[in-house]
Structures are given as C-alpha cells and as structure tokens.
Design a protein around this ligand. Structure first.
Ligand code: HEM
Length: 509
C-alpha cells in the first residue's frame, strides 16, 4: 500500500478569452504593433489604457464578472468595444488584455528566467501549502524551476512515442464504444462521453500503466475522478478572481476546492495502489529506464523524487491532462464531422503511410503532418486553454501604452485566431493554412510558450494523433449541426456546451 498526499495540477485557468470572428474598433496593424509608441513617438501612461465602464469603488471591475458563464464572450465584447488592448481593474491588481501578435511576442520575450503567470498562482499555492501539498504548476521562481526540472527526461520524443501501443489500444476501445452506443442510424448522441472515457484511459495509461475500461467501470471511480477534476477547475476561477476572503474564512469556493482535491487524492491513491503496488521493488531492482514505462515508475527509478512526491505528480498530470485533451478532441471531432473533405485528405495521407494491419508509432506519425495541421486549425478556432498570462518583473510598453511591472498581461488568443487581418476567411476550417500561410508564431499558443509552457504537450499531441488515425481510418464521420461554430463556454477551460452528435459510418461495410 502506498501512502501519499498529492498535489494537483489544474492551472489551465485564468481570466480572459474570446470567441467569434471579430475586428476591434480601434484598429492596429501587425506591422506597427511591434512599436510601443504612438505615431508621434510618445507612450501613453498606464492610466490611459482603455477600460470598460462599470468599475465601482473597492471591487472595481469585479462586479462585471458576476454571473458570466463564458469569459470568452465577455472578452470578445470588450476587444470589440475597446480595441486590441484594454484593462480591467480588480482590488489590488489590474489585468491587461492584448490581442496583437507582435505585442504578445514582446511580452513572452520579456518573461525572464522564472516566468510567472499571475497572482492566482500565489492564491492556489497558498491553499496547497495549507494542505501541506504543492504543485510546480502553481509555484514560482527557483522553487518552480527546481521542481519542474526533475521531470524533464520523460518529455523526450522517444519516451512519449513509447506509449503508442497503449494509445492504440485505448483508441480501439473508443471504436468499440462507438459500436456499443450508436443508434440504428449510426449516430452517437453525444460523443463527449466517449471522449472523456478515452482521455481518462490514455492519461491513466501513461501515468500509471493502467488499462482501464471506463465505460464498464463498475466501481464508478472514473466518473468520480472526472467530476472532481471538473469541480476543481470550476472553483479555481472563483479563487483566482474573487477577493481572497478564503484566507480569512472558508468560502464556498475554498471548501469546494478542498472537497474536490480530497476526492482526487482518494481516487488517485486507489489507482496508484492498483497499478503500481510493486513500485518500490521495481525501482530497487531496475537500473534501466524504459521508454513507455509509466511515468510513476520512471520517476521512482530515476530516484529524484520520493515515492510521495512521485505519486503527487502523477495526480497532477491527470488533473492537468484530462479535460484539456478531452475538450480539444471534442472540438476536433466536431470540426472533422462538419468537413468530410478534410477527413478524406487525412485518410489519403495516413493510408499512404501505413497498411491495414499496421499501427501508428513515432516514425509513422511523423509522416502524417496533416493530423497535426487539423489539430492546430481546431486550436485556432477553439483554444481550450485560452489563458496564458504573464506577470513581468519589468515595465513594458505595449501598443503605445506603458504597462508597469507586476501587471498581469493576458494574450487574447481566440481573438487573434479569428482576426480577419491575420487570417484569410478566419471562420473557415482550413488545416491547409498551416502549410501555406505565413502565420505569426505568437498567434497560436494553445500550449503556452517558453520554459513555462505546457509540460504535457507532447503527450497530448501524440494521444490525439493516434486517436484521429484510428477513427479516420475506421469511420466516416458526419454531423447535422445547423451552425458551423460550435457553442462553447467556460470560465476556466473552454468546452463545448452542447451534445456533439456524430454519425459514425464504417468505411469497410
Ligand atoms: C490539449 C491538451 C492540453 C492543452 C491545450 C494544455 C494547455 C496548457 C497551457 C496553455 C498551459 C500553460 C502554459 C503557459 O503558461 O505558457 C499548460 C501548462 C501545463 N500543462 Fe498542459 N495542456 C494540455 C495537456 C496537458 C497534459 C496531457 C499534461 C500532462 C501530461 C499537461 C500538463 C501541464 C503542466 C504540468 C503544466 C504546468 C507547467 C508549468 O507551470 O511549468 N498538460 N498546459
């Protein structure tokens, strides 16, 4: 029996993002955006940064957030009204939103050795410390760097590709689930359920080496785990944006956070016990690290982490990886189901690389770049983690305004992704634009940027590519959605708000 107290990673949260093809009122060209000054060479003071009306004494713009269900829509409206830079004031801090790629690049180029996202990291870190837990995703400075660097070896491509056999197996189970649940007309009424099973199964595969069949999970643990992750993300938004009253008395968000965290720890312990109970023995006898061995085992064999810390990190990775990957995949499958021509193009490419009986691995996936392009194109339209803020240690001039050090600066990823001056036909789903267009690298940052970027990016990309390979190879997917743009909401992560109804027709019937 392994005992531990976990940390949990659920960073993907921050105030801001937007939806809809838009162009802001106060236009700014990409060319002049790299300049921080106005035409006359002057830089305006911070107080002049456009700001919405509705600020009230003490809580300032906080009241504007009351009752909103989609930060995306909220910020879309404000970019439209105020232009490519605006600010919201909260008690004790201002947050600046920027939807211009050159300005975003400037922010990231100045993020320094220890990038910090925003003050919310400190809030969550404060709570975790009280729980006697920690998580590098919420740490800062040298503490963050040291803890993150202990987990570096698992990111090498050979290791991530080492999980392909397991990813293939889980993806085949997705296909089985499709057959199990589709109706007589071939429709799966809500593919989100199957996607959630898949994302939990792949995550527990690379984290623990587990082989779960969530749809037939008699104990109900998979559902509880998913609910706890979702619940945690929901209350993180409150803890980040509301006054830090939880430091004085236990607010509802604070209590919910602890409740969901306790649940995660409880379930994580069950998984760890079940799949890694002989870990100490394996770590003791093995001097080799095997690509594709579970993360938990690798960390223990490397010996840089205690058993307690290794298991804590395993929980963090489940928390960080499950919903992000599931929502992204939901948007990808929706987009594919609306675009048979994209499926056909992908089908042509994958069947030119592998035969019927072969399974994708590292080598073959690299010969299927179109899968990557269609994921990117989906992330442009639907950035699931639209908030990659940075709080700089130094002052910076952005789009003609002076922004003081320690201000939270949030790129408007979704606004940029749908800006008609940056993309031709921005609302059109066109994966080919990633091979042909000259696209500014700081428009699309679905996994963030720099040393603080998503730790699990390679895992997520490989998992998704294997699933897409299997589904496109096996099925034609169609949907009868009336609109092109799928409605979505979310205060933390962006997720589809309606059932994703897809017809799966086997290619060989
Ligand atoms: C499509 C799926 C995913 C998306 C869209 C996503 C997105 C992000 C973003 C935007 C960040 C913040 C980056 C920044 O501030 O520059 C982040 C951080 C992080 N992600 Fe992911 N992520 C995904 C999957 C995963 C997976 C599968 C894992 C674990 C295996 C993971 C683990 C982490 C961790 C640990 C951090 C914190 C890094 C740090 O603070 O140093 N993510 N992710």
């Amino acid at each position: 029996m392994i005992r531990f107290s976990q940390r949990f990673c659920s960073l993907h949260s921050r105030p801001i993002a937007l939806t809809g093809g838009l162009r802001w009122k106060a236009t700014t060209s990409t060319a002049n955006a790299s300049s921080s000054t106005q035409g006359d060479g002057t830089v305006k003071p911070f107080s002049a940064v456009p700001s919405p009306s509705g600020s009230v004494p003490i809580i300032k713009h906080q009241r504007l957030l009351k009752g909103i269900t989609s930060m995306s829509e909220f910020t879309v409206e404000h970019f439209k009204e105020l232009g490519p830079i605006f600010k919201l004031d909260f008690m004790g801090q201002s947050v600046v939103y920027v939807a211009d790629p050159s300005a975003v690049e400037k922010v990231f180029r100045n993020e320094g050795k220890y990038p910090t996202r925003d003050t919310s990291e400190k809030n969550i870190n404060w709570i975790l410390k009280r729980r006697n837990e920690s998580n590098f995703a919420f740490q800062s400075g040298e503490e963050w760097r040291v803890n993150r660097s202990k987990l570096g070896k698992q990111l090498i491509p050979a290791n991530v590709y080492g999980y392909c056999p397991g990813f293939n197996k889980v993806s085949r189970r997705f296909i089985r689930n499709v057959y199990d649940v589709q109706n007589a007309d071939g429709f799966v009424e809500d593919a989100r359920d199957l996607i959630r099973y898949w994302s939990l199964e792949v995550a527990t595969h690379f984290v623990y080496g587990a082989d779960l069949d969530c749809r037939n999970d008699k104990e109900g643990l998979a559902k509880e785990l998913q609910d706890a992750v979702g619940g945690l993300l929901d209350c993180i938004f409150d803890l980040q944006t509301a006054l830090p009253l939880f430091k004085v008395f236990p607010t509802k968000a604070y209590k919910d956070f602890n409740k969901n965290m306790d649940k995660l720890i409880e379930i994580g312990q069950v998984y760890a016990d079940k799949y890694s109970s002989d870990i100490e023995a394996r770590a003791a006898v093995s001097d080799e690290k095997f690509h594709g061995m579970s993360l938990l085992e690798q960390w223990l064999i490397e010996g840089k982490l205690s058993i307690k810390d290794a298991i804590s990190h395993s929980i963090n990775m489940l928390g960080a990886g499950m919903d992000t990957t599931a929502h992204t995949t939901a948007f990808v499958l929706y987009s594919l189901s609306k675009h048979p021509e994209v499926q056909e193009k992908a089908y042509k490419q994958i069947t030119s690389v592998l035969g019927d009986d072969e399974k994708p691995d590292g080598d073959s996936l690299q010969k299927m770049p179109y899968l990557g392009h269609l994921i990117k194109e989906t992330q442009r339209l639907y950035p699931v983690a639209p908030f990659v803020p940075r709080m700089l240690d130094t002052d910076i001039d952005l789009l003609g305004y002076h922004v003081p050090a320690k201000t939270t600066i949030v790129p408007g990823l979704e606004a940029m992704g749908q800006d008609p001056t940056l993309f031709k036909d921005p609302l059109k789903f066109n994966p080919d634009r990633w091979t042909t267009d000259d696209i500014h690298p700081f428009i699309l940052l679905p996994f963030g940027f720099g040393p603080r970027a998503c730790w699990g990016r390679r895992f997520a990309e490989v998992e998704m590519k294997v699933l897409l390979y299997q589904l496109i190879r096996h099925f034609k997917m169609e949907s009868d959605f009336p609109n092109d743009k799928l409605s979505s909401s979310g205060l933390v992560l962006k997720r589809p708000t309606v059932p994703i109804r897809i017809k799966f027709t086997p290619r060989n019937q």
